[in-house]
Design a protein around this ligand. Sequence first.
Ligand SMILES: NC(=O)c1ccc[n+]([C@@H]2O[C@H](COP(=O)([O-])OP(=O)(O)OC[C@H]3O[C@@H](n4cnc5c(N)ncnc54)[C@H](O)[C@@H]3O)[C@@H](O)[C@H]2O)c1
Ligand SMILES: O=C(O)C1=N[C@H](C(=O)O)CCC1
Length: 273
Amino acid sequence: MTDAMKLVVVGASGRMGQALIRIIHEAEGTVLHAAVERPGAAAIGRDAGEIAGLGPIGITVTDDPLAAFLAADGVIDFTAPAASVEFAALAAQARIVHVIGTTGCSPDDEAKFEAAGRHARVVKSGNMSLGVNLLSVLVKQAAKALDAAGWDIEVLEMHHKHKVDAPSGTALLLGDAAAAGRGIDLADHSVRVRDGHTGPREQGSIGFATLRGGSVVGDHSVVLAGEGELITLSHNALDRTIFARGALKAALWARDRKPGYYSMLDVLGLSSS
Ligand SMILES: NC(=O)c1ccc[n+]([C@@H]2O[C@H](COP(=O)([O-])OP(=O)(O)OC[C@H]3O[C@@H](n4cnc5c(N)ncnc54)[C@H](O)[C@@H]3O)[C@@H](O)[C@H]2O)c1
Ligand SMILES: O=C(O)C1=N[C@H](C(=O)O)CCC1
């Protein structure tokens, strides 16, 4: 029997960090090895279980990721772009699994994650849920089937008021799926803001609309708008545990892989769809 996978949660006192600590605590086959927060965070020195609402579990939150990664098998990272870049270098040094859920990363950050995949087993996705990844496959198929001359594609998203990046990682993932279906590059065809006298819609563009408010966990719709009819493909996240469960699945999947840069579609066996 293989030993339980020893996981580090970075960003331990964040919304996702707490959800991850709870999920790891109840899951079979994984154990919380360490919990890391940024220097100066109120959680440093506190018990990780207390922070996540479990009661004490004997893991003290630290601000020393290098020491935390040393004897670990993997790190799960839902933090911020600069922090994830730093963790990618450390995970590559330790040659462990690095599951990255952080969104809002720049192309330069993405290049660093890919480079880290030469030594670490990196899994990165803008959305770790099964539902959104399956939705992306459907969006790709729909965009392929419906020609750009007759069908316009718009991606809508709403998240809680604390979210700091836009469009969401999921919206971009769905936009990428639509672009892949059409055989185009999203960067050359996306319209991320409309304001003032915009003129008519450019044929073949993929538009984004962002809403922020309240405690919405994550709602996404891809609208395919034709003459006289609309197709809407949607996903509503009701609870953050869907992302935490997906991240855990990714860590366990990556444990026996060779070093590389993987997506959630690889984990779910949907990458050839
Ligand atoms: N891919 C997905 O499925 C998915 C799902 C949910 C959230 N997210 C993304 O995950 C990220 C975090 O979301 P959240 O709602 O938990 O945010 P949050 O602000 O509640 O938590 C982020 C945590 O990271 C910590 N952090 C920042 N820098 C750090 C550092 N250098 N070292 C250690 N900890 C550090 C912060 O102190 C904070 O506690 C965001 O980018 C969000 O978009 C992705
Ligand atoms: O709460 C967030 O922040 C979320 N971020 C991801 C995104 O940017 O798509 C996934 C949904 C929740």
